[in-house]
Design a protein around this ligand. Structure first.
Ligand code: PLP
Length: 398
């Protein structure tokens, strides 16, 4: 179906919740996607940090095909091997001892919020349920997670919000210290704020927050939905930031494109959930977990994580050089292959111009470009991006 026709039908049949680019993607291969006319695009969006192995990775495709033929779904009334194996891999390679599987980032955070409340309730009784989150954060679109999200535009019109949340400035120790009271159950934050514009947490700040949590038996929740699964050059971002949480959430990259989310926790925290206290029909289904296992195996054989680290450094360096040469670039921020560029101009213009030149990039907020390509992105492709940005910025200045 031609793009224009598809767009008309989309307008007719779909609820209008997204602003979309005028592009219909029909196929993907590696770091590239293709439209109806066979035009090729280098994919620096990667399904928004989802397609970490790129498109059509043979190990992932084979794992999905095999599992689909064997068993797609069985219910958590029974044991299925892929679910247990994926949990084992995640536990073996993280601070966590236990995993709960669900289907998205919002659901993973929903589980984290429920777990934190339950832990606090069981240990300290009713009334100690508050969760401190960060301004400019993003945790999802369910009622609990949009309440946790420190952005009015995500909450507007959905009041009344869930009680028991307060918001503090990111990277501000004094504010978070003041916000923690005897009613506080947890502090929740993204090690790097992704949707909010790519802001990296300071190591010293995180260390102090960790100490604060330990002193007050307040749980520390890291939302690694975007930063997890090799995005920053290590399997999880917290490994580089020198601090371990009590609860961590994953989604985006975990299934390499197949929907799956996970809430991980230490044993003492995870004990707060018991049979019947939380559940998900689809959560941890064999198909999604087989995909997750394939993704983990490819990542953990080392080469892809190394590549992500090296390409992340290369991209960051290239963007910094770009900042030296072009006055419209105000700041470059990020870690590994989660990089953001703050501009003195409308980001949407750059997104459109890149699209016209065969490169997919994403803007977050009005002035920030976000680069979250597959972890298999190459030097040559990064060079193409940098050249293209240079052209667009030069034209802007002229
Ligand atoms: C994308 C994202 C979410 C929400 O994930 P969904 O799968 O869209 O529900 C939550 N937290 C962070 C940090 C994210 O980047």
């Amino acid at each position: 179906m031609p793009t224009e026709e598809l767009k008309q039908d989309a307008t007719h049949y779909l609820m209008h919740t997204y602003t979309r680019q005028p592009l219909s993607i029909v196929r993907g291969r590696g770091t590239k996607v293709y439209d109806l006319e066979g035009r090729e695009y280098i994919d620096f969006v990667g399904g928004i940090a989802v397609n970490i192995l790129g498109h059509g990775h043979p190990d992932l495709v084979q794992a999905i095909q095999r599992q689909a033929a064997q068993l797609i779904h069985a219910s958590n009334l029974y044991y299925t091997e892929p679910q247990v194996k994926l949990a084992q891999v995640l536990v073996d390679h993280s601070f966590a001892d236990k995993v709960f599987f669900c289907n998205s980032g919002a659901e993973a955070n929903e589980a984290a919020i429920k777990l934190a409340r339950r832990y606090s309730h069981d240990k300290y009784g009713a009334g100690r349920f508050e969760i401190v989150t960060m301004k400019n954060s993003f945790h999802g679109r369910t009622m609990a997670t949009l309440t946790a999200t420190g952005q009015e535009k995500v909450q507007k019109g959905y009041e009344p919000l869930l009680p028991g949340f307060s918001y503090v400035a990111f990277n501000n120790l004094e504010e978070v210290e003041q916000a923690v009271t005897d009613k506080t159950a947890a502090i929740m934050l993204e090690p790097i704020q992704g949707e909010g514009g790519v802001y990296v947490a300071d190591r010293e700040y995180l260390k102090q927050v960790r100490d604060l949590c330990a002193r007050k038996d307040v749980l520390l929740i890291f939302d690694e939905v975007q930063t997890g699964m090799g995005r920053t050059g290590t399997l999880f971002a917290y490994e580089q930031l020198g601090v371990q949480p009590d609860i961590m959430t994953l989604a985006k990259g975990l299934g390499g494109g197949v929907p799956i989310g996970a809430c991980l926790a230490t044993d003492s925290v995870a004990k707060a959930f018991s049979p019947g206290s939380h559940a998900s029909t689809f959560g941890g289904n064999p198909l999604a977990c087989a995909a997750g296992l394939a993704v983990c195996r490819v990542l953990l054989d080392g080469r892809v994580l190394d590549q992500a680290r090296r390409m992340g450094e290369y991209l960051a360096k290239g963007l910094s050089d770009c900042k030296e040469r072009h006055r419209v670039v105000r700041e470059v921020r990020g870690l590994g292959l989660l990089q953001g560029v703050e501009l003195d101009m409308d980001g949407k213009v750059v997104v459109s111009e890149c699209l016209a030149r065969g490169i997919l990039i994403n803007g977050t907020g009005e002035h920030v470009l976000r680069f979250v390509p597959p972890l298999i992105i190459t030097h040559l492709e990064i060079d193409r991006l940098l050249d293209t940005l240079a052209q667009i910025f030069s034209k802007q200045a002229a």
